[in-house]
Design a protein around this ligand. Structure first.
Ligand SMILES: Nc1ncnc2c1ncn2[C@@H]1O[C@H](COP(=O)(O)OP(=O)(O)OP(=O)(O)O)[C@@H](O)[C@H]1O
Ligand SMILES: Nc1ncnc2c1ncn2[C@@H]1O[C@H](COP(=O)(O)OP(=O)(O)OP(=O)(O)O)[C@@H](O)[C@H]1O
Ligand SMILES: [Mg+2]
Ligand SMILES: [Mg+2]
Lengths: 222, 222
């Protein structure tokens, strides 16, 4: 489903170059359940942004379902991002002025789903994450862990077949964490392709494949 | 140093009341090293915001160094928050347009510390957290874990004697986490008063006292 080939990502900071990802080659197959681990600043989020077509490589190739991403135009990329890929950001990125429910409905608005069905699917996904009582709260009226679960609900509501999640349990206590991970395990059993970033080894052990990065390099995959 | 007596915090959401903290009484003594644990949404961050004078109780009393906080005016409160209390927010709250170094210098600007000393102290604190190479990066040019360590550096640069930290290791791998916790342990040995929120039990075990909350109530302190 996703194939990175000798991909580099170099940020330019004034006159300095910051190589965040350095010559990484990685194949993610349909139905894989993959975890990326590595120290803080090692390039995990950058790698995920490239996989999710949220950023473009400085050099190297990226193929998504056999198509070269560099050859796709903006509207084709937006379509792939909206319908195919569910992304949970490390810093949530919820829209502050609207409620949890409207935040979760948003991807369905872009996908043109009519209002009654949108509302029903968004409510069901919030309930699935234990947040039905908080649907009308705005992000600032939610706790850190509740905001994180709203971000997960928003990523999954379009029923994407490729789920990318950056530290999805970082702000959660052990009970809420295992509820979220049970949901990811279920999606994996349904055949979805899942790539997760975590620094908690008991979470990493649930995946089928662990990929380690350090200083922008892929050091091990097992 | 801090004494909460029968404190409630009730948020008003449209026409509904959301009781986040319900009748909590808690004494924090000089030099204490206290951890607050509890499920997501149980009132931990709300309790910390009250302790840090970032929010005011709906009812009940709060005394800080013997003074009733409700009797203090805005400039007295700002002085206490700036000089006495170091606060690490769960969502970092770094200023996006300025560099990591300038973010860390900011509390010293408010405290009127001259520029050369400000820069030196901010650089030293960033180096203490392993970030000297990233001092010129803006928050969006840092990884999640690096942003979190900048937020910790900013909270500690004024050398406060009361440190409040909300999930300070939430985004950190085990190596960076233990470096941060070693720093907190050192501050505690120096006689600082520390209150931490965490959901990781190996972190909680470092403290002298563990306080458990659930649904806004203090359920246990040991
Ligand atoms: N401004 C607000 N308006 C309404 N409700 C709020 C507001 N802020 C917080 N809440 C609610 O108060 C409760 C306690 O929130 P708090 O942020 O203290 O939880 P927490 O224990 O820190 O959780 P977490 O571990 O997820 O960070 C939550 O149910 C939350 O939805
Ligand atoms: N826009 C940017 N400009 C310059 N440097 C950047 C930018 N974004 C990230 N970096 C740098 O690239 C490196 C990799 O960042 P990345 O966010 O991928 O790390 P990470 O592995 O996700 O870390 P964490 O576990 O702390 O979230 C870091 O050293 C970071 O400072
Ligand atoms: Mg990251
Ligand atoms: Mg919280």
């Amino acid at each position: 489903i996703a194939h990175l080939e000798e991909v580099w990502k170099i940020y330019r900071l004034g006159t300095i170059d910051v190589p965040a990802v350095r010559g990484v080659s990685l194949k993610v197959n349909e139905g894989d359940y993959l975890v990326i681990v590595g120290p803080s600043g090692s390039g995990k989020s950058t790698l995920m942004h490239l996989l999710g077509c949220l950023d473009t490589p400085t050099s190297g190739n990226y193929w998504l379902r056999g198509e070269r991403v560099a050859d796709l135009n903006d509207s084709e990329l937006a379509e792939i991002r909206n319908r195919r890929i569910g992304f949970v950001f490390q810093q949530f990125n919820l829209l502050a002025p609207i409620s949890a429910l409207r935040n979760v409905e948003l991807p369905l608005v872009y996908a043109g789903v009519p209002r009654p069905e949108r509302k029903e699917r968004a409510e069901a996904m919030l309930a699935r994450l234990g947040l039905e009582k908080w649907a009308q709260h705005k992000p600032a009226e939610l706790s850190g862990g509740q905001q994180q679960r709203v971000a997960i609900a928003r990523a999954l509501v379009t029923n994407p077949d490729f789920v990318l999640a950056d530290e999805p349990t970082g702000n959660l206590d052990s009970v809420a964490s295992s509820e979220v991970m049970d949901l990811f395990d279920e999606l994996s059993r349904d055949g979805k392709t899942i790539v997760l970033i975590t620094h908690e080894m008991d979470i990493a052990r649930r995946a089928h494949l662990i990929v380690r990065v350090r200083d922008g390099l892929l050091v091990d995959a097992s």
